[in-house]
Design a protein around this ligand. Structure first.
Ligand code: OGA
Ligand code: MN
Length: 301
């Protein structure tokens, strides 16, 4: 096995992997090396991976069960390209493969990806890894930024660590979309149940590495048992802390890059590009997490 990993930042957050072709079958030692690299770096970048949707799904399955795309849940099939349900369409193309126009509903919903978030944190069992494959990249812009939630946690002062140790937060897609002007009613009566908030621990412990991390996301709308404005201000302050430059790696995409991030220990956001004129076609597969982050009793409370 000739796989090697070079850290992309001084802190060691994010690593660039070379010496492996992910489009062919992998052996268990290679899968283990990637998992170990994820535990160490939180984000891994691979270049020159010429995936099809089929080979991307096959590679992704080495790391667990695939989630069905949430975009597919909150939109009609006629609004989207006919991809497999495990493929999240992170592009600016409509069902006919044309650029989405300025007022296109799904274009506007997708702008929520520019808020710092953790994928699928609005699910009771949230995502483990996300794997994003760059099929077509724009001429300019469209970076993706990643923030290290383990380093951000470590850098909090002791008093704040104690104060937040056992807090539980509420996550919903409705909260992140509310920040960019959507109303719950914009999603239609048939989707309201999918917007019901789920609860997660604010501080997660990772038994693999023995480290804690801040579990933040634009999908958070409340801290349980706190007045809403106070909870939102705490989340805003923690988020401002966590996305300071020393915790961030900015990825400038090349065509056929694959980037894997761990949603349990990182946040990410998309940066702007000229999406009305320039095609950006990215495809994401998402690995389901192992379980809930708070007990079922707390979940139901
Ligand atoms: C995602 C996402 C960011 C981007 O795929 O989950 O947030 O830059 N993407 O497209
Ligand atoms: Mn995302």
């Amino acid at each position: 096995m000739s796989l090697s990993i070079r850290p992309l930042t001084e802190s060691g957050f994010a690593g660039e992997v070379s010496g492996i072709d992910l489009t062919r079958p992998l052996d268990p030692a290679e899968v283990r090396a990637i998992d170990d690299g994820m535990d160490r770096h939180g984000v891994l970048v691979f270049h020159g991976q010429r995936f099809t949707d089929e080979t991307q799904m096959a590679f992704s399955r080495y790391f667990g069960e695939l989630e069905l795309s949430s975009g597919a849940e909150l939109s009609k099939a006629s609004e989207r390209r006919p991809l497999q349900r495990e493929m999240a369409d992170i592009s600016n193309l409509d069902a006919a493969g044309r650029l989405r126009t300025a007022t296109d509903r799904l274009r506007l919903t997708a702008l929520g990806n520019r808020l710092w978030h953790s994928d699928a944190s609005f699910r009771a069992i949230p995502a483990k890894y996300s794997l994003l494959s760059a099929r077509i990249i724009p001429g300019e812009g469209g970076n993706t930024e990643f923030a290290d939630m383990r380093a951000a946690y470590d850098a909090l002062d002791g008093e704040l660590k104690t104060e937040i140790a056992d807090l539980v937060t509420e996550h919903s897609n409705a909260y992140s979309r509310e920040q960019i002007g959507f109303l719950k009613s914009d999603y239609g009566a048939e989707n309201q149940a999918k917007l019901k908030p789920v609860r997660h621990r604010l501080v997660r412990f990772d038994p693999r590495t023995g480290r804690k991390s801040l579990y933040l996301s634009a999908h958070i709308g409340a801290v349980v048992d706190w007045p809403v404005p106070e909870g939102r201000m705490l989340i805003r302050e923690l988020t401002e802390h966590a996305v300071q430059r020393q915790f961030v790696y900015a990825h400038a995409w090349k065509q056929w890059d694959l980037v894997i991030w761990d949603n349990r220990t990182t946040m990410h956001r998309a940066r702007r590009y000229d999406d009305l004129h320039d095609v950006r076609d990215m495809r994401r597969t998402t690995i389901r997490g192992a379980g809930v982050t708070v007990s079922q009793e707390q979940q139901a409370a």
